[in-house]
Design a protein around this ligand. Structure first.
Ligand SMILES: Cc1ncc(COP(=O)(O)O)c(C=O)c1O
Length: 461
């Protein structure tokens, strides 16, 4: 008998599976370093950083509590609507100094979907101010997840999340993502084709109608889809040529996940707008932000112009002091350096998984990695029934038995992902990969994947 969630509705979950304690619901009550403990006292290594949020793991509670307590005693709340407070002003300055764009201004939100929707509204206001009100459309990528509130949902490229909810709030065209597994082309050819398809889409829509292109530096849904060399420079060039704003959705890739403050910095490209959330406070408070380049924010400073968007709790002082403390801890604990130093080791360890018959591809960057699972040596895909048994049945259960929290997902193809806390040391990363390897080996046997251990990997990472 599992724990009964009672009146609690679980997000993106088959609630019936757990009603009345029917399923074995994981209920976590404590954390320490990269580990979390459930109500039965079992320890797991959190190989997913609580859905890509807990960059610092779970041992800095007292540090955050100190700044939170002091702020609550000084001033529990004030908005950023026509008034402000020192923590929001300071946090905006700190983020602006690190942002992948010139003279960034920060608009605060309570999470990722809100950041994405605020980005859309700011983009629209920019175009209207520039005399281009017809720029009402967006371009996003297949299978990408940008949130599920109605505006963000329009940009999300997962059809089954959208179908029940009617016409999209933002007219959006989805173009190919950068999944290169099973792609025979060279990286340069793939990049050229992706950019050519994107430009054709812009031309088909009418360049004067496109407001923004939104993409993640490394796309999460579909399994850590890294861009080919030159892709982001190409996006920047296309956006500039057609007067379109380039929005980097860094809700996952921001705040150190790829070893830089922002993932785009890895690709040497500036964005017009960046969205962040999740790791901004290392999940010690809910908070997101939209960073807007000086050029794009400029019309918002025009005579008599108001920003037509606001969120009561956006930039809450409690969240802001926690985010500021998070930035300090990133520096004192050398978090970015840790990711950069250990990425080669993690890459090497992940590549070993290619020896398992069920693993067709390993891809990722920083502390953000996916294995794509295949049915046979021809990299065949699992059918719906197999995916159900494997990704919703066997693997999640086996991962927990192995003491690892990781994510099995099939919004695109079948993948298992890891994104460990950015404070993990080498031994803890090994623990994550070893538990993943054991799970995937058993998963292969369970589903009867592959014919033999391959003598050479399908792809190198
Ligand atoms: C890239 C990206 N954008 C936006 C969101 C939406 O964030 P939230 O769930 O905080 O609304 C997510 C959530 O996972 C995300 O991964």
């Amino acid at each position: 008998m599992g724990v009964d969630p009672g009146s609690l509705l679980l997000h993106f979950t088959r609630n019936g599976d757990y009603a009345g304690g029917a399923g074995d619901l994981l209920v976590l009550e404590r954390g320490e370093g990269p580990y979390v403990f459930d109500t039965k006292g079992r320890r797991y290594i959190d190989g997913l950083s609580s859905l890509f949020c807990c960059q610092l793991g779970y041992s800095y509670g007292a540090e955050f509590a100190a700044v939170a307590g002091a702020q609550l005693e000084r001033l529990a709340f004030n908005t950023n609507w026509a008034t402000a407070h020192p923590p929001a002003i300071e946090l905006a300055a700190q983020l602006s100094a690190r942002a992948p764009m010139e003279g960034a201004k920060a608009f605060f939100t309570s999470g990722g979907s809100e950041s994405v929707e605020a980005a859309w509204k700011i983009a629209r206001q920019f175009h209207i101010a520039n005399g281009e009100p017809r720029r009402t459309r967006a371009i996003a990528r297949d299978v990408a997840y940008h949130g599920v509130t109605l505006g963000a949902l329009a940009l999300t490229g997962v059809d089954r999340f959208k179908e029940p909810f009617g016409p999209p709030a933002i007219p959006t065209r989805h173009v190919a993502n950068t999944n290169s597994f099973r792609d025979e082309r060279t990286e340069a050819e793939a990049c050229a084709t992706l950019l050519a398809e994107l430009e054709q889409t812009i031309v088909d829509e009418g360049p004067e109608t496109v407001a923004m292109i939104i993409a993640e530096p490394v796309q999460n849904a579909g399994g850590c889809l890294v861009p080919p060399e030159g892709y982001w420079k190409g996006l920047r060039e296309l956006a500039d040529r057609h007067g379109i704003l380039l929005v980097a959705d860094e809700v996952i890739t921001g705040m150190g996940r790829l070893g830089e403050w922002f993932g785009l910095q890895r690709y040497g490209v500036a964005a017009d707008i960046v969205t962040i959330a999740k790791g901004l406070t290392s999940a010690h408070a809910p908070m997101g932000a939209v960073l807007v380049s000086e050029r794009v924010a400029a019309p918002l400073y025009g005579d008599g112009v108001a920003l037509l968007h606001g969120i009561t709790f956006g930039g809450h002082p409690l969240a802001a002091v926690i985010a500021l403390r998070n930035l300090e801890l990133f520096e004192s604990e050398r978090v970015l350096e840790n990711v950069r130093e250990l990425e080669p080791h993690l890459r090497e360890r992940m590549a070993e998984l290619l020896d398992l018959p069920i693993v067709g591809d390993v891809r990722g960057a920083g502390f953000f990695w996916a294995t794509e699972l295949v049915k046979d040596d021809d990299n065949g895909r699992f059918d719906a029934d197999e995916r159900e048994r494997l990704l919703r049945g066997f693997i999640p259960k086996r991962l927990l038995e192995a003491g690892l929290i990781a994510r099995a997902d099939d919004r695109g193809d079948s993948v298992v992902q890891i994104a460990p806390p950015l404070i993990c040391d080498r031994a803890q990363l090994d623990e994550v990969v070893d538990a993943l390897a054991a799970t995937l080996e058993d998963a292969g046997k369970f589903i009867g994947a592959g014919q033999a251990v391959r003598s050479t990997p399908t792809r190198s990472v």
